[in-house]
Design a protein around this ligand. Structure first.
Ligand SMILES: Nc1nc2c(c(=O)[nH]1)N[C@H]1C(S)=C(S)[C@@H](COP(=O)(O)OP(=O)(O)OC[C@H]3O[C@@H](n4cnc5c(=O)[nH]c(N)nc54)[C@H](O)[C@@H]3O)O[C@H]1N2
Ligand SMILES: Nc1nc2c(c(=O)[nH]1)N[C@H]1C(S)=C(S)[C@@H](COP(=O)(O)OP(=O)(O)OC[C@H]3O[C@@H](n4cnc5c(=O)[nH]c(N)nc54)[C@H](O)[C@@H]3O)O[C@H]1N2
Ligand code: SF4
Ligand SMILES: [Mo]
Length: 679
């Protein structure tokens, strides 16, 4: 059969490359060599042909006239946006000669890569790029902006990113969506819950904001930001006190139940209600519902771990299904992330051995602003791809100040001239995922999928793999690792006998079937990858690492005396900052709103539609007030990472803290305080 790319017309399989747990199967309709329609693949066993609005409108993004076609060189000042087109040859020569000089004069650690999962394809996100920067000996980036704190927290309890198979949740009778805006961010979990509801399932949502997910729930429980571990401990208090726990399960599969039972006595309903803002009656009702409904399932979101105490919050919630023995029930248990099942051979893909035992410095991406402003051993070149830090990273004014540095040589590889690209010396056009070969593994459902290129690369754009091969050649790297093709790399990554779940998933099986499921087996009975092999309600390992060994509530940092906690969460029609430059997506979102409690609005004389300035010591931004009862008093919520201009001042990350969370050096976007003023 001819490769898809050589067939000008037809319908071809594909996969959504965006950073979204659903990782939908897609069908691309092609006419005269162009994609004319993006549709959900009805044969995908989990996503079943349904896709979100964002991607249904993807052709507008792929063929957006603003899309980059050629390399660019900056001619104006940084941030101004004046560029002229140059050839690839000139772009690559400029970069490699600059780097050769920097390496000679300041060493390779003066160069820092900065990337995230703008394209979830494994080769694009962590393939040739990692090989290249390892060989170069550049500074390393700690990629902790997303789920780092929660993953570490979950691992302490459960030993890895292993939850239940979401396909099982069709059996579930009680869904607790905890700190996840699933209607917007995990729509197929909502579809499954919606079907389970027809068989009597109930949906509870615990969130600081009654957003679309909260409105869809049977029961919405508002909670004060950063207090979720206290709520979980309060539920445990009642479960133990009322003997709603599954003692045989606790005896067989956990360590520390007796200690936990004793420890949670202090989290009585009155104390927990005062911390969380959840009424005492609701605590009893929720605990009794959880203790008596089976199968019950907790979907742990990313929102609650973007706090100073986010690791401990997830570690604590992850203990709950063990108390009621839910892990043994089909459709019972939890999901934080499921990437453990599809773990592949990252050493073969990323080739850390090319570093040759050098211990290069590690820079946390959440503190990129600070790092760029460091005077000692300064970063002199920044290579940014698959990410838009000027908009998505916390403490944005510091990031901007860093990016403005005259002696910082910045290269950005992207599909668009993003906010970040405006500060670049050289901008390189990136191919879209539909134009490149890659493989994808979801962090929610358990399928691996393959993408074969469907259309020619747009303009002169290049994929991440291609680009780093060219850079390797320009730097004179001769290892065979830099000559591997995409299929070579996919084969190397999937060759991983250490992970039995990956059995049967090969380049060939993917090419034949498009999606192949992990060889799933229930977690229990079985041995976890914790030190004890059991669920660790008490964790000796945590004690060694300097944490409380039992789940414990620690308040978030009070970083100022300003009166409001500010939660700038994602929105429905953008994906992080992706689509925030698309007219249709902007018009669907209308404008960035600031949700606040009516009582707070009344006190400050603020009405619906008023423009308000919110500010703290880090920066300011201007949003449209939306008073109501969707947030508790003292809490402000905005949604979406909006494009920013000096006129609109919509840059919410100007306000967010660049401290790191209790675990995994994770981001704490939602733990900052602000004040506000009607304009
Ligand atoms: N449409 C859309 N989909 C997306 C994204 C997007 O930007 N737009 N982003 C993608 C990415 S990268 C990720 S990581 C996921 C994130 O998706 P989710 O897991 O849903 O995480 P968030 O949207 O960050 O936050 C979820 C919820 O947490 C709430 N929250 C904040 N603080 C607290 C708290 O202290 N306690 C509780 N209980 N709730 C709290 C917020 O109000 C929000 O409703 O979504 C992915 N999918
Ligand atoms: N205030 C606040 N800030 C947040 C969050 C929040 O909830 N609130 N969420 C945080 C989270 S969870 C995350 S994951 C981060 C996400 O932050 P980012 O990873 O920066 O995500 P995007 O903004 O989607 O930017 C991805 C970029 O990659 C580009 N891209 C896509 N495909 C390719 C490719 O194949 N090659 C190259 N070179 N480029 C490509 C896209 O065009 C886009 O510009 O944001 C974080 N920032
Ligand atoms: S963004 Fe998520 S829901 Fe939308 S098509 Fe992609 S994977 Fe599916
Ligand atoms: Mo994320």
């Amino acid at each position: 059969m001819q490769p898809y790319i050589n067939q000008p017309d037809g319908v071809f399989p594909s996969v959504c490359s965006l950073d979204c747990p659903d990782q939908c199967g897609l069908l691309l309709h092609k006419k005269d060599g162009k994609i004319i329609k993006v549709q959900g693949d009805p044969n995908h066993p989990v996503t079943k042909g349904n896709i979100c609005n964002k991607v249904r409108n993807m052709t507008a993004r792929i063929y957006d006239p603003k899309r980059l076609q050629q390399p660019l060189k900056r001619i104006g000042s940084k941030g101004e946006g004046s560029f002229v087109p140059i050839s690839w040859e000139e772009a690559l020569d400029t970069i490699t000669s600059k780097w050769k000089n920097l390496i000679e004069q300041h060493g390779p650690e003066s160069i820092l890569p900065y990337s995230f999962y703008g394209n979830m394809g494994n080769l694009s996100a962590e393939g040739m790029d990692r090989r290249f920067f390892h060989k170069l000996g550049a500074s390393r980036l700690e990629r902790s902006i997303c789920n780092a704190a929660g993953s570490v927290g979950y691992n302490y309890t459960m030993g890895g990113s292993f939850g239940i198979d979401p396909e099982e949740t069709i059996q579930t009778k009680l869904f607790i969506l905890w700190g996840i805006n699933a209607v917007s961010t995990n729509m197929h979990q909502v579809t499954i819950a919606q079907q389970a509801r027809k068989n009597g399932a109930k949906v509870v949502v615990i969130d600081v904001h009654k957003n679309q997910t909260g409105k869809w729930a049977d029961w919405f429980i508002p909670i004060l930001p950063g207090t979720d571990s206290a709520l979980a401990l309060g539920l445990m208090h009642i479960l133990y006190a009322e003997n709603l726990v599954d003692q045989p399960f606790l005896d067989e599969y956990t360590v520390g139940s007796a200690e936990l039972c004793e420890h949670v006595r202090q989290y009585d309903p009155a104390t927990v209600s005062a911390i969380t803002g959840v009424p005492i009656d609701d605590l009893y009702e929720l605990a009794r519902m959880y203790g008596s409904t089976t199968p019950s399932f907790i979907r742990i979101g990313n929102g609650l771990q973007h706090h100073d105490n986010g690791g401990m919050a997830v570690r604590t919630i992850a203990c709950l299904p063990a108390l009621t023995g839910q892990w043994l029930v089909n459709g019972g248990g939890a999901i934080k992330g499921n990437s453990g099942y599809l773990a592949f051979n990252t050493n073969a893909l990323r080739r850390p051995d090319l570093l040759k035992d050098k211990t290069t410095r590690i820079i946390n991406m959440n503190q990129i602003g600070q790092a760029l402003l460091e005077r000692e051993n300064p970063i002199l070149s920044l290579f940014i791809y698959s990410s838009n830090p000027a908009l998505v990273a916390p403490n944005a004014n510091k990031v901007q100040e860093g990016l403005m540095r005259e002696n910082l040589f910045t290269v950005v590889h992207d599909l668009f001239l993003t906010e970040t690209a405006m500060y670049a010396d050289i901008v390189l056009p990136a191919a879209s995922s539909y134009e490149t070969e890659d493989f994808y593994n979801s962090y929610w459902h358990n399928y691996v999928q393959i993408q074969k290129p469907v259309v020619e690369k747009y303009g002169e754009s290049k994929s991440n793999v291609e680009l780093f091969k060219l850079l390797a050649c320009g730097m004179g790297f001769e290892e065979p690792a830099f000559r591997d093709s995409e299929d070579d790399m996919i084969r190397q990554a999937l060759n991983f006998p250490d992970n039995p779940y990956l059995e049967g998933i090969t380049y060939e099986s993917l090419s034949e079937s498009q999606f192949v499921k992990a060889k799933m087996s229930p977690l229990f009975p079985g041995k976890l990858q914790t030190p004890s092999g059991k669920i660790e309600l008490y964790s000796e390992q945590m004690k060694k690492h300097g944490y409380e060994p039992l789940p414990t509530y620690m308040p978030i940092v009070k970083d100022s005396d300003l009166p409001f906690l500010f939660i700038p969460a994602p929105n429905h029609n953008f994906l992080n900052s992706t689509f925030s430059n698309n007219e249709k997506h902007i018009s669907m979102e209308k404008e960035p709103k600031l949700h606040m409690n009516t009582a707070d609005a009344l006190k400050l004389g603020i009405d619906t539609g008023d423009m308000v300035r919110i500010w703290n010591e880090r920066g300011e931004c201007v949003l449209t007030a939306a008073p109501g009862e969707n947030v508790l008093a003292g809490v402000l919520v905005s949604q979406g990472l909006w494009q920013n201009t000096p006129e609109t001042k919509q840059h919410i990350n100007a306000l967010t803290p660049d401290r790191v969370a209790d675990m995994g050096n994770g981001a704490v976007f939602f733990s900052g305080r602000v004040d506000l003023l009607k304009l």
